[in-house]
Ligand binder design. Structure first.
Ligand SMILES: Nc1ncnc2c1ncn2[C@@H]1O[C@H](COP(=O)(O)OP(=O)(O)OP(=O)(O)O)[C@@H](O)[C@H]1O
Ligand SMILES: [Mg+2]
Length: 640
């Protein structure tokens, strides 16, 4: 249809004229349009139905049902490997080493063996590495090897409540699966359970469809080591030094595990040894039963169904911690249920009443022999070994509970020394006394350095997802200015400081399967902050003392600069013995600024020079010093 030319700004009669013209033209066009539509329809009929309409299959519930399939856990994680810490090549190398080392340390400690580990990374091609981790642990029995290394969600730690590095039963098999997916190479395992036994050697692959191991090789071999396990995985990865590297992970592991010895051979580099700093194994931990306060109703119903106990009272006292037979009877009475009723027969609404009665019962906090904190002395020795600072402090909190799971928070702090100068201290010394000049009339101001936060969960360093972690959030949430350290709004303290935080728990609530960050539970955050504040107060005592000492040193410099002038002025007024006046004035200056001469021992106490070095005060497992319990001062220099 040809478009009608519309007149612009048509008004009144013009507009009526326009309407008539348009109607007449439409009348003329109508038969032409009808014949066009008819022609188009007949050609469409000849060509048959349109392809779009016919290929669109009708989707029904039945066709959808045909597409439903079970997803194997291995298939799921092969697709979502980032959930397990294999999202990039650099991280893949770290995760692989971490999973193997964590398993080795767990196995050694469980068997009461001081861990002795060999970690090697060999570069095979540009982006291909062969990783080998060997331990002196108890070894693995032959039958278990295929499933441990070739099946996801298979392990000994998931179903128990006990502190250990591993907890999910995914770690090492996921590393093997990543290796297989990226290089097609099998995982190689050699394990020996004792000096009189032969070592078993396996080459395994994981069948991702079935989540089952495929055995490629199975034979016995001779090895020179008496017991232990060696795992070898080839994978596509990249090796870098620095932050978030394998090197950093091993350094931090050595700090949190001073009882461990690791010999490390990086690709193409010199071997590095992390020697043992303590011959003492962490105390053995006991597996505990769940505490009733943390249980959820659904879990209670499932436990009632699965229990082997015949009576309800027996179920309560045997399946939970801190429930005695008497308390169990009281709970039953409160819930108006017979202690002799059969757990399997408890109905859903009865279970709910029982649940409420349990939550209302007075129960002791869960036992804490399931936890093995590092301890303040070990934290200090780990920090002293790994970080050259000037002041060290540590704090271990008493155990607490989140969702019924016992946990314990520990903090270590290292300040100053080789970590660098503190810009805020330079400023506060200025405020307290005369400014330090660099000769150009400008004050010297060291650049502010952000503190480094090192995080550990069950003695394992956490290197990724810092800002998602409850530990990091708690550090930011703490008011460090109160302790004399600068902290611009909403950031980590700006000071040459390393803040180490360790959470020990029977179940660490990680934010994902890659075990990189701790979830933000209120109870956990509160404990971390309290431990940080404890160390902050010790640091404050140290900084105050140092600031006063520095101030007195600066005052003395000024006094001495003017003593010569005073002597000359006095001599001009009166005949005096200049030398005598100078000596007396100098003695006076030394006396009023005596703090500048103080020297401190390793525990930060003033050394009485007439008596010599003071004996360190030891309070059981703790070091006590001028700055509080569990503090150490190293290489104390008297500021000029
Ligand atoms: N070097 C080893 N020596 C002895 N046993 C081992 C060794 N490595 C693994 N295991 C056993 O294999 C199991 C599975 O290990 P895997 O790393 O897959 O899971 P996990 O350590 O239990 O948990 P996570 O997934 O959190 O690491 C462990 O629970 C442990 O019993
Ligand atoms: Mg593991």
């Amino acid at each position: 249809m040809s478009a009608m030319p519309l007149k612009k700004h048509a008004r009144g009669a013009d507009r009526e004229q326009l309407r008539l013209e348009f109607a007449a033209s439409a009348e003329q066009e109508r038969p032409k349009l009808a014949s066009k539509i008819a022609a188009r329809r007949s050609s469409r009929e000849k060509a048959g139905p349109s392809p779009v309409k016919t290929t669109r299959e009708k989707i029904t519930a039945e066709t959808m049902a045909r597409a439903q399939r079970e997803i194997s856990v291995s298939e799921f994680f092969a697709k979502n490997r980032h959930l397990l810490g294999f999202d990039n090549k650099r991280k893949a190398l770290l995760t692989t080493i971490k999973e193997a080392v964590d398993n080795s340390l767990d196995a050694c400690e469980e068997a009461g063996i001081l861990p002795d580990l060999a970690v090697g990374i060999e570069q095979v091609e540009e982006e291909r590495f062969r990783v080998r981790v060997r331990d002196n642990g108890p070894g693995i029995v032959k039958d278990q090897i295929p499933r441990i290394f070739g099946k996801l969600l298979y392990g000994s730690k998931f179903h128990r409540l006990k502190m250990s590095r591993g907890q999910q039963g995914i770690g090492i098999s996921a590393a093997g699966m990543y290796g297989l997916l990226t290089t097609g190479k099998s995982v190689k395992i050699t394990s020996r359970t004792g000096p009189t036994k032969q070592a078993h050697y396996y080459e395994l692959q994981i069948d991702t469809k079935k989540n089952e191991p495929t055995i490629v090789t199975d034979r016995t071999v001779d090895v020179e080591w008496p017991h232990g396990t060696e795992v070898e995985i080839e994978l596509v990865a990249s090796y870098n030094k620095g932050r978030q590297s394998v090197d950093e992970y091993l350094e931090l592991t050595a700090i949190a595990n001073p009882h461990t010895q690791i010999s490390y051979r990086p690709p193409g580099g010199e071997a590095v040894d992390f020697p043992r700093a303590s011959e003492q194994l962490p105390p053995p931990t006991q597996a505990i039963k769940p505490h009733p306060y943390g249980i959820e109703l659904g879990v209670l119903i499932k436990m009632l169904h699965d229990t082997k106990s015949r009576w309800l009272s027996g179920f309560l006292s045997q399946e939970f911690s801190r429930v005695s037979s008497r308390t169990a009877e009281e709970i039953c009475a409160q819930a108006k249920l017979s202690p002799r009723s059969q757990p399997r027969r408890i109905a859903r609404d009865e279970a709910e009443t029982l649940y409420k009665a349990i939550q209302g019962a007075k129960l002791m906090a869960p036992p804490t022999n399931c936890l093995a904190p590092i301890g303040p002395r070990q934290i200090l020795s780990g920090l002293l070994k790994g970080i050259n600072a000037e002041f060290y402090a540590a704090a271990t909190r008493d155990p607490a509970v989140y969702r019924g799971n016992p946990f314990q928070i520990e903090v270590g702090l290292a300040y100053g020394g080789e970590l660098g100068p503190d810009a805020s201290q330079a400023n506060s010394a200025e405020a307290a006394g005369p400014a330090e000049s660099n000769g150009n009339g400008k004050t010297r101001e060291p650049a502010a350095t952000a503190s480094r936060v090192i995080r550990f969960a069950n003695r394992v360093p956490l290197l990724y997802q810092q800002s998602a972690c409850c530990i990091f959030k708690s550090v930011i949430d703490t008011d460090w200015r109160r302790y004399g350290v600068s902290q611009p709004g909403g950031s980590v303290p700006q000071a040459p400081m390393v803040i180490m935080v360790h959470m020990a728990s029977v179940w660490v609530p990680f934010t994902s399967e890659s075990k990189e960050a701790i979830a933000d539970y209120d109870e956990i955050r509160k404990e971390i902050k309290l431990a940080l504040q404890e160390c902050g107060r010790k640091l404050q005592a140290f900084l105050n003392r140092r600031r006063r000492q520095k101030y007195d040193g600066q005052r003395r410099n000024i006094f001495e600069r003017y003593i010569g002038e005073i002597v000359n002025a006095c001599a001009a007024i009166k005949r005096i013995n200049r030398e005598e006046l100078r000596t007396n004035l100098m003695a006076m200056s030394q006396k009023v600024t005596a703090r500048a001469d103080e020297e401190y021992d390793d525990e930060g106490r003033v050394v009485d020079k007439s008596k010599g070095k003071a004996e360190p005060a030891s309070n059981g497992d703790a070091l006590t010093s001028e700055y509080g319990e569990n503090t150490v001062v190293v290489g104390q220099t008297t500021p000029a």
